[in-house]
Design a protein around this ligand. Sequence first.
Ligand code: CA
Length: 221
Amino acid sequence: MRLLLVEDDHLLADGLMSQLEKAGFRVDWARTAREAISLGVQEDYRAVVLDLGLPDGNGLEVLKKWRGHQIGFPVLILTARGDWQDKVGGLKAGADDYLAKPFQMEELVARLNAIIRRSEGRVESTLKSGRFELDENRQILKMTDGNEHTLTGTEFRLLRCLMSRPGQVFSKEQLMEQLYSLNDTPNENVIEAYIRRLRKLVGTDSILTRRGQGYLFNEVV
Ligand code: CA
């Protein structure tokens, strides 16, 4: 799942990025309002963490620009502790949640997963599709026979992407975008290799290939 982190504090951003990647996100980092606006408009993010105090402007203006472009990804804003005006302003500008600094990493991840679930119309922290269930907290795939498989970070992100929209065809390019951040330069063959690995777990009927288009998760097997 691709996520945009907008934060001008390098130290905080470094720490956040490594923790968020451990939690299964692929993170792009924007340091300025200007960079944040253009990345948000161009790239396909599943969620955004937005700091309000940026060197070249206020995060609220960034959020208003995105919403003005009809960009609906869920946004969690980071506010200074006790600054209720920021919280209210953020929610009015279209934020989905907020967190006051300093915060615990676990809380940030839990809140992010919650706003992503809501944006997908789900209420539970497991993603069910067909005979399978993905446990987002433990990055585990559960089968109907009760067996569980621990997934690697990339396997989890790829399967999560496919299972979150069963029946929808994802091109290799779209999958790469969800799996890798802008700094990585992976090869498209990597996707094929991971699809093969996932098919060994879920069966070849569950992940179908649409020639020349991409892959889709088939929940009616
Ligand atoms: Ca700041």
